[in-house]
Ligand binder design. Structure first.
Ligand SMILES: C[S@@+](CC[C@H](N)C(=O)[O-])C[C@H]1O[C@@H](n2cnc3c(N)ncnc32)[C@H](O)[C@@H]1O
Length: 393
């Protein structure tokens, strides 16, 4: 067994839930508190398992994987730390190219200059390149390069080296290269969409070992530009979408077709499966005889920059929209269906506006909350988003 550090992006709670639902057999332990609060998990497994699982292509919330080379005592001296880094570097190359960064270091800061000097003193030539925890990973493009990360936790100091990184260009392509987009209405980042699909489907799959992701029928009743459906299509599920806006319907069909071509996944009958409908009028008819297994959606969340005086009215309207939507969802869902849905929340000067109080009402309608709501806040956004996962009975 080897030890690895998994680094999550900026939605660590969602990312951890994603890891745990997609790979329930893994034992992960997340570090809480300190500089990287919740963003780093220690995972133990065989190297073969790491390769097979293809974590970085599957998960939306995972950014980097480091292999733990050594765990040093919490109170190791600076000299011990520098020597450990040196040993790690020269064990892989006699002329190391390296990048180095530290987190949680407190008084124990060492820097690349000191490591370079030590290497020189011992007769090794080296080259340093600047890297950072959240930066791109130069190290993986050259064989003799290493990106060393020292993480100081209460359980010890983890000396680790980078072994894999998320393909940022690919995620950017899915976000920016699709033919139809509408920034005004707000689009979900593809990574968040992937996390929602992974979590809801993971919960659904866990209930019955015979199920497969390919047979899951996934529906987004507020599909917008189809971000969520694209992620579900990539996993091979049957995708269905609706929107009140005709342009969004055309755009989603076009985006799905583009995605199927660009990523060589099987196309589906999008002209039929993506249709125009007001969620308040949703009925089984449009879906033919298909019932839905996974309903994953980011509904209309109200105006993006509401004034405080308008909020009470806006939330009244949203409450009506959400309750009407859930009433209709029950007509099209299979028993045991999972729902991943975003609720809006605004923290105003004098009051917090949210739809949390709907939970009890929804409970009486057969929707049971599966995990406590998870905040997904976009930096600077006035309307925050909370992700809710329900099961439908
Ligand atoms: C926040 S956007 C969804 C964006 C989508 N997640 C994406 O990434 O492109 C909400 C969508 O809900 C649609 N919508 C608003 N009210 C609706 C209603 N009553 N029924 C169906 N769709 C509605 C809007 O046209 C808009 O496309």
């Amino acid at each position: 067994m080897s030890k690895f550090l998994f680094l999550f992006g900026n939605t660590p709670q969602l990312s951890l839930l994603e890891l745990d639902t997609v790979y329930p057999e893994l034992k992960s332990k997340v570090f809480v508190g300190g500089e990287l609060d919740g963003r780093l998990a220690l995972v133990e497994m065989d190297k073969e398992e790491l390769k097979e699982k293809d974590f970085l292509n599957r998960l939306g919330g995972l950014v980097k994987i480091f292999q733990v080379e050594k765990i040093l005592d919490f109170d190791s001296s600076l000299t011990e730390l520098k020597n450990a880094v040196l040993e790690c570097l020269i064990s892989k190359s006699q002329q190391p190219h390296f990048s180095f960064y530290q987190k949680g270091k407190g008084q124990k800061a060492i820097n690349h200059g000191q490591i370079k000097d030590l290497l020189k003193e011992k007769g090794y030539r080296s080259r340093y390149f600047k890297g950072s925890l959240d930066g791109s990973a130069f190290a993986l493009h050259q064989e003799s390069s290493q990106e060393i990360f020292l993480y100081h936790s209460l359980e010890g100091i983890f000396l680790s080296s980078l072994i894999a990184v998320q393909d940022i260009d690919d995620w950017t392509k899915r976000d920016r290269a699709k033919p139809y987009f509408n920034r005004k209405k707000g689009m979900l980042p593809p990574k968040v969409a992937r996390m929602l699909v992974n979590i809801a489907s993971g919960m659904w799959l866990a209930e019955d070992g015979q199920r497969s992701i390919k047979e899951a029928k996934v529906f987004d009743p507020f599909c917008g530009t189809g971000t969520i459906l694209i992620e579900a299509l990539q996993l091979g599920s049957q995708v269905y979408g609706a929107d009140l806006d005709e342009q969004a319907v055309w755009g989603t069909r076009e985006n799905l077709e583009w995605f199927a071509n660009a990523y060589q996944v099987e196309s589906q009958n999008f002209a039929k499966q993506i249709f125009m409908a007001d969620v308040g009028q949703l009925s089984q008819e449009k879906l033919g005889d298909q019932k839905i297994d996974l309903l994953i959606t980011e509904p209309f969340l109200g105006r993006q920059t509401p004034k405080e005086a308008e909020l009470a009215n806006i939330f009244k309207g949203l409450e009506k929209l959400y309750l009407g939507a859930f009433n209709n969802f029950s007509k099209i869902l299979n028993p045991g269906a999972k729902i991943g849905i975003i609720f809006p929340k605004v923290v105003a000067e004098h009051q917090v506006f949210s739809l949390d109080h709907l939970i009890d009402k929804l409970n009486t309608k057969g929707y049971n909350l599966l995990v406590p709501p998870l905040l997904y806040a976009r930096s600077g956004a006035r309307v925050q988003r909370e992700v809710y996962f329900f099961t439908f009975n």
